[in-house]
Design a binder for this molecule. Structure first.
Ligand code: NAP
Length: 250
């Protein structure tokens, strides 16, 4: 029989968990038994709603405001989690933004802010948790990349470069941490129905998706739950799991 609470007693930190995919991941990991720290940047009410929803379902969660592109804020957040929980078992690097535009007209600031959050932010969070995880000789780090990081996308040079870089970061961290029992994997969603995709024109997108619809945040969260669970994913590291309706078949 499958264990309905494979993460019981564990602590999971999910960045950007106030909305969209991060919210669904927080709910899923809490349902799997973890105490979830709901990180957010600028939506306290939404983050508190996620905490309340988890509590109403019988789970444990609390929220923490931090801009994960800022080194000092990341260090303070991880310190607070370790002080309050005494452990940190799962880190989900989910926070991300888009600042789309064609390269010829892309502002340097729009390039930089996407790299700062979507790539450097993951480095900062990973480095901040690594000492505790390596010392514990166990841990799961799950990075939310994108199929755009595999295939590129016109109008998203900054975003696809950050997400491709995140795949390299995932593999390098997996190689560095493997001997200490810490796994690092990535999930690459296709187009998922969230605030991030609400302004995209549906027709050309749907035509590129064999399953013929956008994904749901819960469908990404299911893959994250799998990668976090023991023993289900204990022998996987440095991998990129695609959740994309068949969009990119390799
Ligand atoms: P979303 O609905 O726009 O939510 C973004 C989340 O990130 C929010 O919780 C937001 O918090 C948080 N955030 C933004 N800036 C932050 C910062 N500086 N520090 C900490 N948190 C921050 O996005 P989503 O669609 O759920 O995307 C989640 C992840 O999946 C991203 O990494 C995205 O690149 C990736 N992804 C999405 C899709 C898709 O189709 N939606 C596809 C592939 C990959 P606030 O509410 O406080 O602003």
């Amino acid at each position: 029989m499958a264990n309905s609470a494979p993460l019981a007693g564990q602590t999971a930190l999910v960045t950007g968990a106030s909305r969209g995919i991060g919210r669904a991941i927080a709910l899923e990991l809490a349902a799997a038994g973890a105490t979830v720290v709901v990180n957010y940047a600028s939506s306290p009410e939404a983050a508190e709603a996620v905490v309340a929803e988890i509590g109403a379902a019988g789970g444990q969660a609390w929220s923490y405001q931090a801009n994960v592109a800022e080194e000092a804020e990341v260090e303070a957040m991880v310190k607070a989690v370790l002080e309050r929980q005494g452990r940190l078992d799962v880190l989900v690097n989910n926070a991300g933004i888009t600042r789309d535009g064609l390269v010829m007209r892309m502002k340097t600031g729009d390039w930089q802010s996407v790299i700062d959050l979507n790539l450097t932010g993951v480095f900062l969070c990973t480095r901040a948790v690594s000492r505790a995880m390596l010392k514990a000789r166990s841990g799961r780090i799950i990075n939310i990349t994108s199929v755009v990081g595999l295939m590129g996308n016109a109008g998203q040079a900054n975003y696809s470069a950050a997400k491709a870089g995140l795949i390299g970061l995932t593999r390098s961290n997996a190689a560095e941490f493997a001997s200490r029992g810490v796994t690092v994997n990535a999930v690459a969603p296709g187009f998922i129905d969230t605030d991030m995709t609400k302004d995209l024109a549906p027709e050309p997108i749907l035509a590129a998706i064999p399953l013929g619809r956008l994904g749901k945040p819960e469908e990404v969260a299911g893959a994250v739950r799998f990668l976090a669970a023991d023993p289900a994913a204990a022998y996987m590291t440095g991998q990129v799991l695609q959740v994309d309706g068949g969009m990119v078949m390799r």
